[in-house]
Ligand binder design. Structure first.
Ligand SMILES: Nc1ncnc2c1ncn2[C@@H]1O[C@H](COP(=O)(O)OP(=O)(O)O)[C@@H](O)[C@H]1O
Ligand SMILES: [Mg+2]
Length: 362
């Protein structure tokens, strides 16, 4: 209700594979976003919750019913400007909304993924952080603790510069806090990449049919320095720059393919294939940790992937070991042809200016 361009909408998706077809601007991505919200408690396009309220309205709510084997749960989210966010499971509030993360996992494949290749290390850290947090709650806690300590340490560095005096004892305290939570983060990131890499390679090979190679590496300053020693040795620089220049908040994940660095040398299609493979690997990781498949949201995947890879992707996700998928496309004929050719058992919906109809054409 009142979510983006949807004034009111109620839909059921009994089938495993669901196509959402409609012109640009009709609301396909917005529907995926509503599902994403119920899973992650957040939007993927807006950083502010209230921006998702339909223009002119002052609140939105989304209610979703999730069924996993025989268990049915209700997830409800309401945002009203000036009010606290409401987020409930089976009509009960959470003590911390972040406790919801990982209970109804989704994996989103979207045109925005390209930011993971193009943007700074922050985008990659955020993506991997979310992925690890979905399967490991203690990681999320370490992250929150680390960022809290980092913020305090940076504030101190500013204060020392303003006052022209330095209290090394207080800095020491924050160094210890950062080293403790940061050490956990480093170990968990490292272990995660070691686990993720073979799964990613398998997904990539499945998608590109072994024609190309890809690499993914974790890069951290912690590889070559112990945490507290690293902080101590950069303190002079930190005091000048008034921020902390050593730590896991500077980590990166380096993407490479057969010809070198993906960011510089990969074509749009190669970058897209790499990113889709990462997301398919994310599905596998969630499956192996949580014991069930996440919901897969595929937004405009037909862009930038060639037909052979799209066909491969559709075959992979319609396999019996995959969960429910929602796939958007602006070109109905293309989807129709793929669905017929691959004989995919699915439901097709047509989306038109904030309303969605079950489509009989198939
Ligand atoms: N807060 C909002 N209130 C009302 N309409 C919105 C809001 N945010 C986005 N929209 C509208 O949603 C439409 C885009 O929907 P989207 O799901 O991105 O379309 P597409 O089918 O191309 O994926 C645009 O027409 C945009 O104006
Ligand atoms: Mg869209």
């Amino acid at each position: 209700m009142n979510f983006k361009n949807y004034e009111e909408l109620a839909l059921e998706f009994p089938s495993r594979i669901n196509f959402l077809l409609g012109l640009n601007g009709s609301g396909k991505t917005n529907l995926l976003e509503a599902i994403y919200y119920l899973s992650t408690t957040k939007s993927f396009s807006n950083s502010s919750d209230t921006q998702n309220i339909r223009y002119g309205a002052d609140y939105f709510f989304i209610r979703g019913f999730f069924t996993n084997t025989n268990k049915r749960s209700e997830v409800f989210c309401q945002i009203q400007s000036g009010r606290k966010k409401v987020f409930q499971e089976n009509s009960r509030d959470y003590e911390k909304i972040s406790d919801h993360i990982g209970k109804y996992p989704v994996v989103l494949i979207s045109p925005l993924d390209v930011d993971l290749v193009k943007e700074s290390s922050e985008a990659r850290r955020k993506f991997f952080d979310q992925m690890i947090a979905q399967i490991d709650h203690s990681y999320l806690n370490a992250l929150l603790e680390y960022h809290h300590a980092l913020k305090q340490r940076n504030a101190l560095l500013k204060l020392f510069a303003e006052n022209n005096s330095i209290d090394y004892d207080i800095i020491d305290l924050y160094d210890q806090q950062m080293a403790r939570s940061g050490g956990v983060i480093y170990q968990k990131r490292k272990a995660f990449v070691a686990e993720f890499l073979p799964i990613f390679n398998a997904s990539y090979n499945l998608l590109v049919d072994n024609r190309e190679e890809a690499t993914l590496a974790y890069a951290s300053e912690l590889e070559s320095a112990e945490f507290e020693a690293g902080l101590k040795s950069s303190i002079k620089k930190d005091l000048i720059l008034q921020r902390t220049t050593f730590g896991v908040h500077r980590d990166d994940y380096v993407f490479g393919f057969a010809h070198g660095e993906l960011k510089r040398l990969g074509s749009q299609g190669q970058q897209k294939s790499f990113l889709v493979a990462i997301k398919l690997a994310q599905v596998e990781v969630i499956k192996s940790h949580l014991g069930f498949s996440p919901i897969l949201l595929l937004d405009d995947i037909f862009d930038k992937l060639d037909d052979t890879r799209i066909a491969r992707l559709l075959r992979i996700i319609s396999g019996a070991d995959y969960g429910q998928s929602f796939i958007t496309d602006a070109g109905p004929e293309r989807t129709q042809a793929m669905v017929n050719e691959l004989e995919i058992d699915c439901d097709i919906f047509s989306v038109e200016k904030g309303s969605i109809q079950f489509s009989s054409i198939k």
